[in-house]
Design a protein around this ligand. Sequence first.
Ligand code: ADP
Length: 697
Amino acid sequence: MSAAAPPAAFAPRYVSAYLRWSLWALLVALVAALLVTLVWLAGRYEASQVQSKLERDTADALGDIRAAFTRNVQTLQALQSGHPTTASWIDESARLLREHREWIRLEWRDAGLGTRAFADSPYRSPPFARLGRANAQPDVALACANGRRVSGPAYSSSYFLPQLDGLGLEVMELCLPQVSAGQLTGYVVATYSLSEILAGLVGPQLMRSQDVSFTEADGTRLALHGTARRGNRVFTSQQLLDLPGNTMVLRMDSWRGAPDLFPNVLTALVTAMSIALVSVLVLLGKDTRRRLRAEQDLADALAFRKAMEDSLVTGLRARDLQGRITYVNPAFCAMVGFTPEELLGNTTPAPYWPPELAGDYQKRQDVRLAGQHAPPREGFESVFMRKDGSRFPVLIIEAPLINHHGVQTGWMSAFLDISEQRRVEELSRASQDRLQATARLATVGEMASLLSHELNQPLAAISSYATGSINLLKSQLAAQAATAGHDAGGGAMDAMPDIEVAMQRIAEQAERAGKVIKSVHDFVRRRDKEREPVAPLALLDAIMPLVSLQARKLGVRVDIRVQPGLPTVLCDRTMVEQVLLNLARNAMQAMDQAPPAHRSLVIEARRSGASAPAGAGKGWLEFSVADLGPGIPAEIQRQLFTPFFTTKAEGMGLGLSMCRTVVEQHGGFLGFEANRPQGTIFKFTLPVDPAISHRSS
Ligand code: ADP
């Protein structure tokens, strides 16, 4: 892996952070777009409200103008009625002109359009003083021709009339033909000032916030009336004012400011919603950040807990109240050799229970689950089975599993593999045994020194007396054979060879006893023992004469069984023979009260299944001596190997103690067990000659 590449574990984090941020950006963009759209729509709605109000105002203004025009036509008709004189017409006209500022001149014209009388508006200087009325004659003529044609009022198109003060005004002529008895008698011509029409005839409320003007169809402004401009947004409404002979556009401009921030409820609502939305977004963002932090903390805590559980050497297991396994830690799995998948959800019997103990464990668990007995606080020992079938001792400490509501949801157990502890205990027990053996040896040693000292003398004496007796017998036999007759001592002479043999035996046994004592003496003195390879059968053969002798005496049947093909054992021959002899004698003595049919002694040699201790040869032979005696009561069993313990009147109580010491000195083990159906079997092991076991392997 290159150093620059980020660790693979971080990649998904980057991706998810990137994704999260892009989602947030998208959300913010969407909300912004929504807000802009809402504000724009609200503005549009408001503008359309303003526009339609303007349209209504324009229509109202147009209505006002039309109504005023109609009323004015009626007023002019009234002026002509009743055959006025020129003077009265002028008076009446002057009055009308005071009332109607929109008129700047009224004229009474005859049928040939000649002016009979006229009156000017009192509100301004004579309007035609600068240009001259004749200039407007074509407009008047056109209007009157139209009026004549439609037999009613007609208007001229507007024209600009310069004034003396340098300014000017846009005016329009109204011509009203006068017909009397079907004959045209003349015309009334009224000159309208367009700006005064706007100022006087349009309701003032309509012009409060807007300009009103007349324009031509192409937009050229003819007259304008209005207030000062405010704001910068222009709403415009145009409607056609079509009069007979003239068509103008009435236009209204409203200088409404751009929509205020809170121009109406809708915008206020939208704004409030937007603020709420943004606040919610901010809160959501904060909450998400907090949650992310909490999640991170939780993940850290979980990782720490897992690391802790994984590094524990103590096995942990949780079970629910039904006894199902709900949790195991790696140490427990390593201990029993099963994977968590194989263990979780398992009920009884658990896969790590040794089948032979499953019944007991089941009972224990039933008691535990029934809540009858709390587990011991200091824990208890048990035996578990690994997946490979091997057993191992464990220390179990159990406690109820209480959740955060204080309710028990199961059981939590901790396990310690105590095989190692057991091994150490075993070692110390073995060394204890060795110490005891040494102590025994010391006792036996003292005894042996004493005995060897005390017995060697009499044994030597016995031996020499026996030898002396044999010599005496021999010389006696030779002398008698030479001097006496055959008849004289014939009976004594016949017994002589037997006595000689018996004497021979006495000498042999005395020598053997001497050897035994010497070897015990050597043995306890820890001199180098002479170990030699001996065939098991040879050992048994050596003791057979003495065993048979005693067997015959006690009426015991002796059975020797030697597994064929046994290797030789490496041992101190005399001592081992002594052990066998001792055991056989004990066995036979144990059966002296038994019915003769039950007096059976079995001495057996075979291969042992015991594993060799370190440093010993590759195999073991087991020798056993079985009897059908009464067996050994428990209280005697405890003291069996104690030196000088005996139940026999003439017993020494040293036999078994010596036997065990001898066997242990060879590295073997001597023990006993009950024989079936009755009696006792004493067994001991001896190492196979290493040279043999190497050869055979
Ligand atoms: P001793 O034979 O001199 O009594 P041992 O050490 O050989 O000393 O034996 C101790 C005791 O063990 C005996 O007194 C006897 O009670 C008991 N014992 C030994 N072997 C047997 C046996 N095969 N059956 C029953 N008891 C036995």
